[in-house]
Design a protein around this ligand. Structure first.
Ligand code: FAD
Length: 446
C-alpha cells in the first residue's frame, strides 16, 4: 500500500474526494470517517422524499460503504474524528458504536465536515415534532413523524430555499403552512425585491402564509403545540427550523486550520488549507467568487462535489484547480422555478457599483405554441463597464437552462453586449425566436 489519505466526512465533498483520489492513485490507501450512519446521500432530495415523490430513502444513496469497499475505499460510519494533530499527521477517532478511541496516521487529509443547521436559542426546541432538515437522519425522522402523527398544521422558521421547498412539501401533504421569517420575506438574501414579490405571490396563491416574526418560545406538553413570537402565537403540530447553516469548523479550527472572513475554512485554488498536507472541501470551506473577486461562503451540493474532486485529485498527487463559483442556484417553489446567479442588484449596489437592473417579462416558448407561459428575467449590469454582474429568472418552465446561460456568461466575465449576440437555440416548443435572455440583454444593453 502507498500513502494514506484520510477523509473526514462522507457526503458530497468527502466521498467525491475519496473516490477521485482512489481513481488517480490506485495504490493510495483511502479511509473515510463519517460520524452519521449514512454516506454519499443526496440531501437535496430530502424535501421530495418527505413529500413522497421519492418512494424509498435508499434511492437517495449514491453509494454504500460496501460499494466503496469494492472500489478500494475503506469507509467507517458512526466514527467521529475528534482531533487532528498536524505535527504528527494523526487524527483521533471515536468509534461511536463501541465507545473506543484510537489514533490513525495520515499522509494527506481532506476535511469535508460540511455544515450544520443553525439552531435558534429558544426554549422548547427539544419538543417532539420540532425538526431540522440537514442530515439523512433528520429527513427520516421527519418522514416517520408525519406518517405516525398525521400533523395538520406546520410552522416553518426561516425563508431560505429549504424553507420554501418544505412549504411546498407540507402543502402537498395537506398541511396548513405558516412561514415565520425574521424579515417577513422569503429568499431575502438570494433575490431582489421585485423578484421576491413573484415568489411571495406564488406562495400566497398556494395557501402558504408568510409572516414577519422571531420565535421567543416553542410551546407544548412533550410535543410541539405552538410557536410563539412577540405578540403572536402560531399553533402547529410540526415545526421545521430552516434558519440557515453554519460551516462545521471547530475540529479544523482547533487543529490550527485558518478560517476565512466568512468563518468557513480558507483554501487556495488547489483546495489546500494553511496546514501542510491538509485539504478542505464542500460546505465547511469557502469558495472563490468569480464576480466579487474574493472568497465567499455559498454552501451548495454542486460546489461540494467539485471541490471534493479537486481536493481528492490533489491529495493523490494531481495538480487540479477549482476555478470558483458565481453563486448559481435554482429552486422549485410550487409551480415556479426560481433561479439566480452572480450578484443581486442590492448586493451590487452595496458593493458600490452603479448598475442598471431591468426586469423583463417574456414568454418561455413561441407565444402561439401550446403551453407557453410567462418568464421573468432580471439582469444586473455594471453601468460603467457594461459587464454582466448577475441575473435572476422566475417562471414555470425553461428557467434552469436560461440561468445556466447567465452563469456561463458570468464565469467568463461577459458584457451585456456579448449576451446580446449569443446564438441561443430556437424552436417554437422551446423558446421564442428572441429568447427571453436576448430580450433582457437588449433592454439592459440600451
Ligand atoms: P455535508 O453534506 O454537511 O456532509 C458532511 C458530513 O461530515 C456529515 O455527514 C457529517 O456527519 C460529517 N462530519 C462532520 N464532522 C465530522 C467529524 N468530526 N467526524 C466524522 N464525520 C463528520 N445543494 C444544491 O446544490 N442544490 C440543492 O437543490 C440543494 N438542496 C438541499 C436541500 C436540503 C434539504 C439540504 C439539507 C441541502 C441541500 N443542498 C442543496 C445543499 C447540499 O446538500 C450540501 O451543500 C452538501 O450536502 C454539502 O456536502 P458536504 O459533503 O460538504 O457536507
Amino acid at each position: 500500500m502507498g500513502k494514506r489519505l484520510i477523509v473526514i466526512g462522507g457526503v458530497a465533498a468527502g466521498m467525491s474526494a475519496a473516490a477521485k483520489a482512489k481513481r488517480v492513485s490506485r495504490d493510495m490507501e483511502v479511509v473515510v470517517y463519517e460520524k452519521s450512519a449514512y454516506i454519499s446521500y443526496a440531501a437535496c432530495g430530502m424535501p421530495y422524499l418527505v413529500a413522497g415523490d421519492i418512494p424509498d430513502y435508499r434511492d437517495l444513496l449514491a453509494r454504500t460503504p460496501e460499494q466503496m469497499a469494492k472500489q478500494g475505499v475503506e469507509v467507517h460510519v458512526r466514527h467521529e474524528v475528534i482531533a487532528i494533530d498536524p505535527e504528527t499527521h494523526t487524527v483521533t477517532v471515536r468509534d461511536l458504536e463501541k465507545g473506543r478511541e484510537f489514533a490513525h496516521r495520515y499522509d494527506k487529509l481532506v476535511i469535508a465536515t460540511g455544515a450544520g443547521a443553525v439552531r435558534p436559542v429558544v426554549p422548547g426546541l427539544d419538543l417532539e415534532g420540532v425538526f431540522l432538515l440537514r442530515s439523512m437522519e433528520d429527513g427520516l425522522a421527519l418522514q416517520r413523524f408525519i406518517s405516525e402523527h398525521a400533523p395538520q398544521r406546520a410552522v416553518i422558521l426561516g425563508g431560505g430555499y429549504v424553507g420554501v421547498e418544505m412549504a411546498e412539501t407540507f402543502r402537498r401533504l395537506g398541511l396548513d403552512v405558516n412561514m415565520v421569517i425574521r424579515s417577513g420575506e422569503v429568499m431575502r438574501e438570494a433575490l431582489d425585491e421585485d423578484v421576491r414579490m413573484l415568489v411571495a405571490d406564488e406562495l400566497a396563491r398556494q395557501g402558504v402564509k408568510v409572516v414577519r416574526g422571531e420565535p421567543i418560545a416553542f410551546e407544548g406538553e412533550g410535543r410541539i403545540e405552538a410557536i410563539v413570537t412577540e405578540g403572536e402565537r402560531y399553533p402547529c403540530d410540526v415545526a421545521l427550523l430552516g434558519v440557515g447553516v453554519r460551516s462545521e469548523v471547530p475540529l479544523a479550527q482547533a487543529a490550527g486550520v485558518a478560517l476565512g472572513k466568512s468563518g468557513a475554512i480558507a483554501t487556495d485554488a488547489h483546495m489546500r488549507t494553511n496546514l501542510p498536507d491538509v485539504y478542505a472541501a464542500g460546505d465547511c470551506a469557502e469558495a472563490f467568487h468569480r464576480v466579487i473577486g474574493e472568497p465567499a461562503y455559498i454552501p451548495l451540493g454542486s460546489t461540494a462535489n467539485k471541490q471534493g474532486r479537486v481536493a481528492g485529485e490533489n491529495a493523490a498527487g494531481g495538480e487540479e484547480t477549482f476555478d470558483g463559483v458565481v453563486g448559481t442556484m435554482v429552486v422549485r417553489v410550487f409551480d415556479l422555478a426560481v433561479a439566480r446567479t452572480g450578484l443581486t442588484e442590492a448586493q451590487a449596489r452595496e458593493m458600490g457599483c452603479t448598475v442598471r437592473a431591468p426586469l423583463i417579462r417574456a414568454m418561455n416558448r413561441a407565444h402561439y405554441f401550446p403551453g407557453a407561459t410567462p418568464i421573468y428575467v432580471k439582469l444586473v449590469v455594471d453601468d460603467v463597464t457594461g459587464r454582466l454582474l448577475g441575473g435572476q429568472i422566475v417562471g414555470q418552465d425553461g428557467v434552469a437552462k436560461r440561468i445556466d446561460v447567465l452563469a456561463t456568461a458570468l464565469h467568463h466575465q461577459l458584457a451585456v453586449t456579448d449576451l446580446q449576440r449569443l446564438d441561443l437555440s430556437y424552436a417554437p416548443p422551446f423558446a421564442p425566436v428572441w429568447d427571453p435572455i436576448l430580450v433582457a440583454a437588449n433592454v439592459a444593453g440600451k
